[in-house]
Design a protein around this ligand. Structure first.
Ligand code: UT7
Length: 335
């Protein structure tokens, strides 16, 4: 098995708590029918999405993060004041700086923590776990707060029916700790990037071109849905297989497959191509839509709350999207 943990380092990086939050306001497919020419039937059939949660005008990604961390503290009685690093994966920070992670540090009065946002689009949460794992295994840090959070509704073009039906808002938080004795571990990681296809899915900012491709500069999400779909069902499926190979496990040995909730048809196709059954696959697509960096923790937490995910279970988390990026981890659940 191709384990990433150097043998000289004794402690494991273990997930010890989880919390989530979605805004109260719900945008259903019926609501969507009033915004653009579409139908509940088309959206359900093509994406599997029924509704999404949408932040209020005064709610930003940092607010969703605060709520997710409060939820985690309430449920597990954990302390975050001794956290020594905070990573927030998001493509929708309140501002470019200060980072959302800095705002989480301030809100919870965490006095001795480093803080950084990372942006790897829908691969962000899995990428953040990989980074936290490295910081914990290296001995640089002991207790890290990792979040995936988005307010995609703020950058969605509600006149474009090919994208606006997809996106929703939400946040998930986990605690990751260096531990010698708890049963749990990040067992394998995999990453891949194809920047040459970055123009297929972007949110414009300062530049008006990505590589040789002219792009729109309205600050909203722009996507070539068909091309991203093709990439997801072929290249992402290959990535999942690479991660399985690195971990040494077969799909049957993994208890739960948690791919990014991009589209139910993509998830079904990934299952077909990689050997996972739909019964062992978790998704947050139906209730929450595509919430980018928040989609994996939202799906995971639903299963934790339902008692499906149990101590000792093996999980394969796999994020993919804008960049085009991929990031996956195989981990053993500890609680
Ligand atoms: O998390 C980031 C990664 N992003 C993704 O994973 C998104 C990947 N792509 C997708 O999920 C799908 O491509 C979409 C859901 C965006 C679109 O589904 P599709 O099955 O690929 O539809 P399509 O683009 O091939 O369009 C089929 C038809 C077109 O009409 P014509 O040309 O056949 O007459 C579209 O104009 O559906 C039409 N259409 C719609 N009809 C009703 C497109 N959007 C809508 C809509 N409602 N919202």
């Amino acid at each position: 098995m191709d384990k990433i943990k150097p043998s000289a380092i004794q402690s494991n990086a273990v997930i010890t708590a989880i919390g989530t939050y979605v805004p109260e306001r719900i945008l259903t497919n019926t609501d969507m029918e009033k915004l653009v020419e579409t139908s509940d039937e088309w959206i359900m059939q093509r994406t599997g999405i029924k509704e999404r949660h949408i932040a209020s005008d005064s709610q930003f990604t940092s607010d969703l993060c605060f709520e997710a961390v409060h939820n985690m503290i309430e449920r597990y009685g954990v302390s975050v004041t001794d956290v020594d690093y905070i990573i927030v994966a998001t493509s929708t920070p309140d501002a470019v700086f200060p980072s959302v992670a800095s705002q989480v540090q301030s809100h919870f009065n965490i006095s001795h923590a480093g803080a950084a946002d990372i942006q790897a689009a829908c691969a962000g949460f899995a990428a953040a776990i990989q980074l936290a794992n490295g910081l914990l295994l290296s001995g640089a840090h002991r207790k890290i707060l990792v979040l995936g959070a988005e307010t995609l509704s703020k950058i969605t073009d509600y006149t474009d029916r090919t994208t606006c039906i997809l996106f929703g808002d939400g946040a998930g938080a986990i605690l990751m700790e260096a531990s010698h004795d708890r049963h749990g571990d990040i067992e394998a990681v995999y990453t891949k990037t194809d920047g040459s296809r970055g123009h297929l899915l972007y949110r414009s900012s300062l530049a008006s071109a990505i590589g040789e491709h002219d792009i729109q500069t309205n600050g909203l999400i722009v996507q070539n849905g068909r091309e991203v779909y093709r990439w997801a069902v072929s290249h992402v499926a290959e990535g999942v297989q690479q991660l399985l190979e690195k971990s040494g496990y077969t799909p049957a040995e993994i208890n739960w497959f948690i791919p990014h909730s991009a589209n139910m048809r993509i998830i079904e196709s990934l299952c077909e191509r990689t050997g996972f059954s739909l019964e062992q696959t978790l998704s947050s697509i139906k209730q929450y839509g595509n919430t980018s960096a928040a989609s994996i923790p939202l799906a995971l937490d639903e299963a934790v709350k339902s008692g499906f995910v149990k101590p000792g279970h093996l999980l394969l988390l796999y994020g993919f999207g804008g960049g085009l990026t991929q990031a996956g981890v195989v981990l053993r659940w500890s609680f």
